[in-house]
Design a protein around this ligand. Structure first.
Ligand code: SF4
Length: 59
C-alpha cells in the first residue's frame, strides 16, 4: 500500500478516498494537480473537478 507522507501545503484536500491524499493531514501529496470541469459553463464550485483524483483501490 502506498504511504503518502508528503503534504503539499498549497493543495488542501479532504478527499480521503483518493490514493494521493496525505495519510494523516488534509492535504494532497502530489506536487501539482489538474483541475477541470464537467460543465459547459461552470458557475459554482461543484462544477469543478480534481482530474488527478485516483481511487485508492486503483492500481
Ligand atoms: S489528487 Fe486531487 S482528490 Fe486526490 S488528494 Fe490530490 S487534490 Fe485531493
Amino acid at each position: 500500500m502506498t504511504e503518502n507522507r508528503y503534504a503539499n501545503h498549497c493543495i488542501i484536500c479532504t478527499v480521503e478516498s483518493c490514493r494521493h491524499h496525505n495519510d494523516s493531514k488534509n492535504y494532497c501529496s502530489l506536487e501539482a494537480i489538474r483541475v477541470g470541469t464537467h460543465e459547459n459553463d461552470p458557475t459554482v464550485p461543484p462544477c469543478t473537478d480534481c482530474q488527478s483524483f485516483t481511487p485508492r483501490s486503483a492500481g
